[in-house]
Design a binder for this molecule. Structure first.
Ligand SMILES: *Cc1c(COP(=O)(O)O)cnc(C)c1O
Length: 222
């Protein structure tokens, strides 16, 4: 696949679902990809990217922003407390707000910095013990807690269990967002972004379908 194929499929899925084209944004997930592949997508005019790790993004995007101009970069992976400040300076959005301690430290640092990235609360829709995210039963209370801290939470994010039909997970995320008045849904990856668009995704996070398979052996940052 490629950037254009992916965009076409998003537009087709949106049309089928009776949705406006511009209601779905494509985050090109560039983690671990060789820089030539990232440049090729930038050269095609794409300006919205996703990364999983603060260190890897810090080594890449400040330079590319100097060269290409404004680029929106979102953090998709788990955020360690000791990297919160650096992440808030680097990213336009954070999709992995997943615990009260992190919410508190983001709120404190936002005061100091005078700005805050857009935030998505990550929901562990499958209640998987090894996976990050707030459990669905605790989502409403956590979102309220974030609002009390005046955090700019704009939506929810999920990564459905690998071996399951993602559709019920997308629906659950949508239900939780709706009852909390949140407009943005970050859901859908290479294998299921069309289903996610059908279920109302406003941000799909697509890596390998755009860039090709990731070669984890080729990088030390993992
Ligand atoms: C890597 C990753 C993606 C993209 O995965 P692909 O299957 O390559 O599309 C999306 N979201 C998150 C949170 C990821 O870590």
């Amino acid at each position: 696949m490629s950037l254009n194929t992916t965009l076409t499929k998003i537009h087709e899925s949106a049309a089928l679902a009776g949705r406006q084209d511009d209601s779905v944004k494509l985050i090109a997930v560039s983690k671990v990809q060789p820089i030539e592949r990232v440049r090729a997508v930038l050269d095609q005019g794409h300006r919205l990217f996703g990364e999983n790790k603060v260190q890897e993004a810090a080594a890449k995007w400040p330079d590319l922003r100097k060269e290409y101009g404004p680029i929106e970069v979102h953090l998709l992976g788990p955020l360690q407390s000791n990297k919160t400040r650096q992440a808030m300076e680097l990213f336009d959005a954070i999709h992995s707000l997943d615990r009260p301690k992190l919410a508190n430290s983001i709120a404190r640092i936002a005061q100091e910095l005078g700005h805050c990235p857009k935030l998505f609360v990550q929901i562990n829709t499958g209640n998987e013990p090894q996976k990050a995210g707030i459990s669905p039963s605790e989502a409403d209370a956590f979102i309220q807690e974030c609002r009390a801290l005046e955090l700019p939470v704009i939506g929810l994010m999920c990564i459905p269990p690998a071996q399951e039909d993602p559709a019920p997970h997308f629906d659950l995320l949508s239900t939780i967002a709706e009852r909390n008045g949140l407009a943005e849904l970050s859901m859908g990856m290479s294998g299921d972004f069309e289903q996610a668009v059908a279920a109302g995704a406003t941000y799909v996070r697509v890596g390998s379908a755009i860039f090709g398979a990731r070669d984890y052996g080729a990088t030390s940052s993992g």
